[in-house]
Design a protein around this ligand. Structure first.
Ligand code: F6P
Length: 328
């Protein structure tokens, strides 16, 4: 450990995810262990601009490892996108004697951190917290595993009623730009077909697989649709389209929405959050900045923010292949 850090600010920003509390807890406890002050910043960058800060001790984070949401609250700050907003944030950090920052969030949060670091040369380390799992340089983001389990549980329930009534269900899951939730929950819940934003297959492939399943005598089916998929139709229009082409199907739509973002974090997410929280404090102590702490091949690693937020990740063709084989 090389750099003397006296006071770390920690915040959660962007869409919340289960396990964020566990990550804050690990940061706070890591600070206590290394005798560093820890300041909680409420409502992400917006709270920083408005100077909404509070000193945190190990006592402040008791009984939160198991709680969903984030007790520091979260926001997407429009003001932080402006230079003036970032200047206010910097002034508040300086006035509070904070010398380093840990930001827990997704790509928007890291994009803000890059700009802030560029302008003010302020040490910032990130922790990936988003249900979308759409960050490079980490195998998993905090909250993704819990969200997957929530989705699979919901689809299992939908399957019960789909089967009782011989219905086709279209289930919409989150993921504006990333299909990880859709792909993995779809395979895990035995879906017939999965539509994701990374692919532009139109609706042809979906129609082919529905025709095949009708031929094979299936009476109920599930199609998982990521909210950002590229057919150009929303899920209700998709249902209408299928209904017109295949009138034999009795179709229903279920949009899972924000239940995917809540709930008790899974054990996997709690352990991940604990490791990354401690890792972030230690990275700052080593003098690292402008990096995200992630997990790669089971090891805690650092990756530049620029790499973490760069472009769309490749599609998992292996998973698509498995889906095709398991739905024949
Ligand atoms: O980024 C996480 C996420 O849950 C996306 O999957 C979803 O598209 C978006 O946030 C929803 O955002 P909001 O809570 O602002 O509606």
């Amino acid at each position: 450990m090389t750099k003397e850090i006296k006071r770390i600010g920690v915040m959660t920003s962007g869409g919340d995810s289960p396990g964020m509390n566990a990550a804050i807890r690990a940061v706070v406890r890591g600070c206590a262990y290394y005798e560093i002050d820890c300041i909680g910043i409420y409502r992400g960058y917006q709270g920083l601009i408005e100077n909404d800060l509070e000193q945190l001790t190990a006592r402040s984070v008791k009984n939160i490892i198991n709680r969903g949401g984030t007790f520091l609250k979260s926001a997407r700050s429009k003001e932080f996108i402006t230079k003036e907003g970032r200047q206010k944030a910097y002034d508040n950090l300086k006035n509070a004697g904070i010398d380093s920052l840990i930001v827990i969030g997704g790509d928007g949060t890291f994009t803000g951190a890059i700009l802030f670091n560029e302008e003010h040369n302020f040490p910032v380390v990130g922790i990936p917290g988003t249900i979308d799992n759409d960050i490079n340089g980490t195998d998993y983001t905090i909250g993704y595993d819990t969200a997957l389990n929530t989705v699979v549980d919901a689809i299992d329930k939908i399957r019960d009623t789909a089967s009782s009534h011989d219905r086709l269900f279209l289930v919409e899951v989150m993921g504006r730009d990333a299909g990880d939730i859709a792909m993995n929950s779809g395979v895990g819940a035995g879906a017939e077909e999965i539509l994701i934003p990374e692919e532009d297959e139109g609706v042809e492939r979906m129609m082919r697989s529905l025709e095949n399943s009708q031929k094979s005598g299936k009476t109920s089916s599930i199609i998982v649709v990521a909210e950002g998929e590229k057919s150009g139709k929303n899920i209700f229009e998709l249902a209408e389209f299928i209904g017109e082409k295949m009138p034999g199907y009795d179709i229903r739509v279920s949009v899972l929405g924000h239940i995917q973002r809540g709930g008790k974090p899974s054990c996997f997410d709690r352990v991940l959050a604990s490791r990354l929280g401690v890792g972030a404090v230690e990275a700052l102590m080593r003098g690292e900045s402008n990096v995200m702490i992630g997990i790669t091949d089971k090891k805690v690693t650092s990756v530049d923010f620029e790499v973490a937020i760069k472009g769309q990740r490749p599609i998992d063709n292996e998973l698509r292949r498995v889906l095709n084989i398991t739905t024949v």
